[in-house]
Write a protein that binds this ligand. Structure first.
Ligand SMILES: Cc1ncc(C[n+]2csc(CCOP(=O)(O)OP(=O)(O)O)c2C)c(N)n1
Ligand code: SF4
Ligand SMILES: [Mg+2]
Length: 278
């Protein structure tokens, strides 16, 4: 993590870009953006040494709205990009932003292996249980009975449990947040960035346009009834009985983060840059 100790002190507004978000009025992602900038200010991250990487989706627009380096990649591939970046430039702070479609459908395979590899970065999935950007198709976290013209009668398919998958696959920090609590979310995001290894945060972030029913999440979220744990067995039992609305840090592990063996790849960044210039 790169902080600006002994250098400048950054304000929250320093991390906000000049680009005006085009999310629908009331979209939960506005608050997620607020949490990003608050967490970055809390850690006093150096903007030039911080990178927000994303895929495609409404949620994945966030790099344009943050004032640091950003990479708006292709659909479902943000983790592959981010892992490559962090391994070659370990001094950078890398935060990855995704959605439930981007991260759990097309990007599902990358999610498993990013947890397993445990590269030191933070993965935030803005989960609205729908594909927002492409107008309301069901995602892996959509409830089986959710009935729309695109899935008449509902999908009748069991939803994916991202936190259980993350734990089973080796994520080193697991939390759930609600976009409507931006202060708490910022605190947890800062903790996740500080924690070594692969940190995963699911942020419940309502899509007010295609899931107006999610406005009720405000009343449904509640603090997790038990304290966080570093015991995988305890965490698994808690998560398997989870109602999907427990908020807080659920698991903080102590696996050693992945580290590339120095100098064994023969990879030369300067050579690669020269190739691109030609
Ligand atoms: C390879 C590819 N397939 C499909 C799409 C179309 N597409 C764009 S965004 C998206 C889903 C986004 O859903 P989610 O990640 O949940 O983001 P949200 O918009 O809900 O924040 C899809 C299927 C695409 N851009 N690229
Ligand atoms: S479609 Fe949904 S997720 Fe996308 S900006 Fe609008 S409210 Fe947000
Ligand atoms: Mg979504």
């Amino acid at each position: 993590m790169s902080t600006a100790e002994n250098r400048c002190t950054y304000k929250q507004s320093d991390y906000k870009s000049d680009v005006t978000p085009i999310w629908c009025p009331g979209c939960g992602d506005y608050h997620v953006l607020l949490s990003f900038t608050r967490a970055f200010a809390k850690l006093n991250l150096v903007p030039e040494e911080t990178v927000v990487v994303s895929g495609i989706g409404c949620s994945s627009r966030i790099p344009a709205y943050t004032n640091c380096y950003g990479f708006h990649g292709v659909h479902g591939r943000s983790l592959a990009l981010a892992a490559g970046l962090k391994v070659t430039r370990p001094e950078l702070t890398v935060v990855v932003a995704s959605g439930d479609g981007d991260g759990y459908s097309i990007g599902g395979n990358h999610f498993l292996h990013a947890c397993r590899r445990n590269v030191d970065m933070t993965y935030v999935v803005m989960d609205n249980h729908i594909y927002g950007m492409t107008k309301g198709q069901p995602s892996p976290t959509t409830e089986p009975e959710f009935d729309t013209a695109l899935s008449p009668g509902g999908t009748r398919v069991r939803p994916f449990h991202p936190l259980v998958v993350a734990l089973a696959s080796g994520a080193n920090f697991i939390a759930r947040c609600f976009s409507g609590n931006p202060n708490e979310t910022a605190d947890i995001l800062a903790e996740a960035i500080r924690h070594p290894g692969f940190s995963f945060i699911e942020i419940l972030s309502p899509c007010v346009t295609f899931r107006p029913d999610e406005k009720a999440w405000k009343q449904m979220v509640h603090p997790a009834p038990v304290a966080e744990t570093s015991d995988q067995g305890k965490a698994a039992r808690r998560l398997m009985t989870d109602d999907g609305f427990n908020i807080g840090i659920l698991y903080r592990g102590n696996r050693t983060p992945y580290q590339a063996a120095a100098g064994d790849s023969g990879f030369d960044l300067a050579e690669l840059e020269k190739d691109f210039e030609q």
